[in-house]
Write a protein that binds this ligand. Structure first.
Ligand code: PHE
Length: 340
């Protein structure tokens, strides 16, 4: 009997099946009501007492092993059963389309990353603003002609007339009102202007404005900060040029150009043969603005700058129509990938 059981153990261990029917056949043969094990259990009473323990253990071992084999092959066939065997399982899967970031987000994140390396934080504020934060605190008194620089969408509300913010300088006012200097922050966000939509203008776009307020901040600090930014954004060979300008909230004010990254400053149709491209406005924060926000203008000074994210993205990716950014055309949007 022991020999028979050892043979059975070998048979069970070497069992394999190619089809589910073979597993069923094996089950009936081993564990079925007229199966081998039934027979062995029946013979068990004839085993001499001194061998009963050993033989009993062997029978149980054969039974357990047989059950394990059956379970193993059943599981195997159950998994495969749903798969049509004409399918080539080694073929690559169906491609899954993965979304990509919007070019405006990519450029915005890159700008934030560049300034965060020199200590700038990020601040956000509301898109529907009151007159104080969008205009008055920034030195645009009522009826001041400078208000016409930014054609405004006004919104009627219960709390009086509100406006869709025309720039994110409004966020900087909020920060100055609530924070003790030193302040070093960027305010990115969407802004609105009542302009006819064309390849070069839109009724909404995105800005990133920067503000630095501390003791003894000078125009030289502003220039170095912007030069650092231009080189990081457009390449080490980039040069900047400042032209005097006017903003009600900065004095002195300047507009900043970078050397054209397409022709390297030699002149081409992108820079209209000037060698330079305008990228942002900047200046030293007007002492009136500091005082309006509760900051002592005798102790503190600061600079501010503001740029359009679309403008930077157009230069970086050589895009010639502003409308593409808001049309949501996947053929356009899927071309942009984050820098590795
Ligand atoms: N707020 C200005 C604009 O929207 C940009 C700017 C910001 C200019 C800070 C100077 C300083 O046009």
């Amino acid at each position: 009997m022991r020999e028979r059981l050892n043979e059975l153990l070998v048979e069970v261990e070497s069992f394999t099946a190619k089809k589910p029917e073979q597993v069923e056949e094996f089950r009936i043969k081993m564990l079925g009501s007229k199966g081998v094990l039934k027979e062995l259990f029946a013979d068990f009473k004839n085993v001499p007492n001194e061998h009963k323990k050993e033989v009993g253990q062997l029978i149980n071992q054969v039974k357990e092993q047989a059950q394990l084999k059956i379970d193993e092959f059943k599981a195997l066939f159950e998994n495969i059963i749903t798969v049509d065997n004409t399918i080539d399982l080694t073929k690559p899967g169906f491609p899954t389309t993965v979304g990509s970031r919007h070019p405006i987000s990519l450029v915005k994140n890159e700008i934030i990353e560049i300034f965060s390396r020199i200590g700038f934080t990020v601040s956000e504020g509301p898109e529907i603003e009151d007159d104080w934060h969008n205009f008055s605190a920034l030195n645009f008194p009522p009826e001041h002609p400078a208000r016409d620089m930014q054609d405004t969408f006004f919104v009627e509300s219960e709390s009086g007339e509100m406006a869709l913010r025309t720039h994110t300088s409004s966020v900087q006012v909020r920060i100055m009102e609530n924070t003790k200097p030193p302040i070093r922050t960027l305010s990115p966000g969407r802004v609105y202007r009542n302009e006819a939509i064309s390849a070069r203008a839109h009724c909404f776009f995105h800005q990133i404005e920067g503000l630095y307020i501390a003791e003894n901040v000078s125009f030289a600090d502003l220039k170095q900060t912007l030069l650092y930014f231009a080189k990081e954004m457009f390449g080490e060979q980039t040069e900047i040029r400042l032209r005097p300008s006017y903003f009600p909230f900065t004095e002195p004010s300047a507009e900043v150009d970078v050397s054209c990254s397409v022709c390297g400053g030699k002149g081409c149709n992108v820079c209209k043969y000037s060698g330079f491209l305008e990228i942002l406005g900047c200046g030293m924060v007007d002492p009136n603005v500091l005082e309006n926000c509760g900051i002592d203008s005798k102790k503190y000074s600061g600079f501010a700058f503001g740029m359009g994210v679309e403008r930077i993205a157009m230069l970086k990716y050589k895009i010639n129509d502003l409308r593409l950014f808001s049309e949501g055309d996947v053929r356009f949007l899927s071309q942009f990938k984050a820098a590795q």
